[in-house]
Write a protein that binds this ligand. Structure first.
Ligand code: NAD
Length: 259
């Protein structure tokens, strides 16, 4: 990594996004932190990143709407300049059977987990194309490749995100822009906590046993991936040796999608 880039990482106040942001900042890049956070959390984030060599910015734009996505792009350009690396990571989950799935949750998941990625790509691609260099990484999921019960909106959005990634790879192949999806299985973050709590309640077991049950149910390697591992893969995808990896959906799932 011999050049510093401006990198926008959506949903980087927590979990995987935060780990990705640390990886890129450690490697000397300028990072735009983003997520739903109060002032106190934002200040703590800024302080945590202050020691890195590059510049940082923060935006709390709600990317559930197209206007929110435009706001995030404007905030990013103001703070760290035009990003040549976009990491679409923000995402939410809600589990319920399709025949009982609430409309508001359906729309919210599709907006944040899929449409926001499209709007941000559309905003940032023209400058990447003009510069003839860009990297787009979409944090999808193993649920972009295979299905699980009770995740209709999430699976629809993540399968859609994998499809979007492939189209972007084709359209921009002649502009030296790669687009890839990372497809994690279980990663230890706050996002999976409600599912652990649900199992603990249903089976009247403690949280640690419920966590082991959740992770082991579908993932042959019955241990969760660390958020840092996703950060290191994202960094690799932006490095010189990954220049011809494009349109890929890369599982980091302990063998889940091999079945
Ligand atoms: P997390 O809950 O720890 O973090 C989610 C981030 O998204 C936060 O920064 C939050 O503020 C932000 N966000 C949510 N809604 C937003 C909105 N409307 N506007 C702006 N920001 C918003 O979750 P995580 O586990 O780190 O998940 C990150 C990504 O990884 C998601 O896309 C998720 O689907 C995906 N993923 C997670 C796992 C896992 O096991 N944790 C597995 C596969 C894929």
């Amino acid at each position: 990594q011999n050049q510093s880039h401006s990198v926008l990482i959506t949903g980087s106040t927590s979990g995987i996004g935060l780990a990705i942001a640390h990886c890129f900042a450690r490697a000397g890049h300028h990072v735009m932190l983003h997520g739903l956070a109060d002032n106190e959390t934002a200040d703590a984030l800024r302080a945590a990143f202050a020691g890195y060599p590059g510049n940082q910015g923060f935006s709390s734009a709600d990317i559930a709407s197209e206007a929110g996505c435009a706001q995030l792009v404007a905030d990013t350009r103001e703070a760290i300049g035009n990003p040549s690396i976009l990491i679409n990571n923000a995402g939410i989950q809600h589990t319920a059977a399709a025949h009982e799935f609430p409309s508001d949750k359906w729309h919210q998941i599709l907006s944040i987990n899929l449409s926001a990625s499209f709007f941000l790509c559309r905003e940032l691609l023209p400058a990447m194309r003009a510069a003839r260099w860009g990297r787009i990484i979409n944090v999808a999921s193993v649920h972009g490749l295979v299905a699980s019960e009770n995740k209709s909106a999430y699976c629809a959005a993540k399968h859609g995100l994998v499809g979007l990634t492939k189209v972007l790879a084709l359209e921009n192949a002649d502009h030296n822009i790669t687009a890839n999806a990372i497809c994690p299985g279980w990663v230890e973050t706050p996002l999976i906590q409600p599912q652990i709590e649900h199992i603990a309640r249903e089976q009247q077991i403690d949280l640690e046993t419920a966590r082991a049950e959740l992770v082991g149910a579908k993932q042959p390697m019955a241990r969760a991936t660390s958020p840092d591992a996703i950060g290191e893969l994202a960094l690799y995808l932006c490095g010189d040796f990954a220049g011809t990896i494009t349109g890929a959906a890369l599982p980091v799932d302990g063998g889940w999608s091999a079945q």
